[in-house]
Write a protein that binds this ligand. Structure first.
Ligand SMILES: [Zn+2]
Length: 249
């Protein structure tokens, strides 16, 4: 399922009016005051939608974090990254080195360092996030847990370092907040587990009840045009059907 970008911005404005301050993931380490909502974006595909989301957020007075993947050969989408960094947003590294290296941890660590260095040629990078790779048998999740992140100049990774007994986790993985089609993208603590459209999320995220929240969204799911909303919903239906079929095998 996909929703229009305007629904995302409207949702953030309601959350702000409820008392939340909203900001990028790195604020977890550099300081924040409760109630606070961390805005994380995993840029899996369609980088132009990430740029559109970054502009819409900036226009509405929000800053967030965009995690970028690269193609083989450490090639990152440089134009989108520079545009988003120039707007004042945080840029992070969305890695998938374990799936790329077929589970070979030594190769994966070496590739992680090379890709991180390439991304840092385009923007400052102090946080990372694993790509879920839902259709792969190898998982990237918690890969950075065994690394000396400080030696790499990193504050950390939200899924590994956030205290989810305190932080409430919400993601649009699977097509909807709290989707039953989300296979791997869960925190080890508090999670939204009821399917919830954007218009209904502010009623659940009340500062008195959940004073710290990590909200993950995929910009490709929040296009500007209505035709794209329908097209993406059809793609989601296909991916979810494939996940269900594989789970039954
Ligand atoms: Zn991803």
């Amino acid at each position: 399922m996909a929703f229009p970008l305007s629904a995302y911005i409207d949702m953030l404005e309601v959350l702000r009016s409820q008392g939340y301050a909203l900001g990028p993931v790195k604020r977890y380490w550099t300081g924040y005051a409760r109630p606070f909502l961390f805005l994380r974006h995993d840029v899996d595909r369609l980088t132009h939608r990430a740029v559109a989301m970054a502009r819409a957020e900036k226009d509405a007075g929000f800053l967030s974090t965009f995690y970028f993947r690269c193609r083989q050969g450490c090639v990152f989408p440089d134009q989108a990254i520079r545009a988003i960094s120039d707007l004042g947003h945080e840029v992070g590294y969305h890695y998938e080195v374990m799936t790329r290296c077929h589970g070979d941890i030594q190769k994966a660590r070496s590739l992680f360092s090379r890709e991180l260095a390439s991304l840092r040629e385009l923007a400052e990078v102090v946080t990372v996030a694993a790509h879920g790779s839902p259709l792969s048998s190898v998982s990237n999740l918690f890969f950075s847990d065994g690394m000396d992140r400080a030696a790499l100049g990193l504050f950390g990774e939200p899924q590994v370092d956030f205290d989810f007994s305190d932080v409430f986790y919400v993601t649009d993985t699977g097509g909807l907040f709290g989707s039953p089609h989300n296979r791997r993208d869960w925190s080890n603590g508090k999670n939204l587990r009821n399917p919830t459209p954007p218009v209904a999320l502010p009623a659940i995220l009340h500062p008195g009840k959940e004073p710290v929240v990590l909200l993950t969204t995929h910009p490709e799911r929040w296009p500007e045009a209505n035709a794209a909303v329908w097209a993406h919903s059809v793609v989601d239906w296909g991916v979810n059907a494939l996940k269900t079929w594989r789970a039954k095998k």
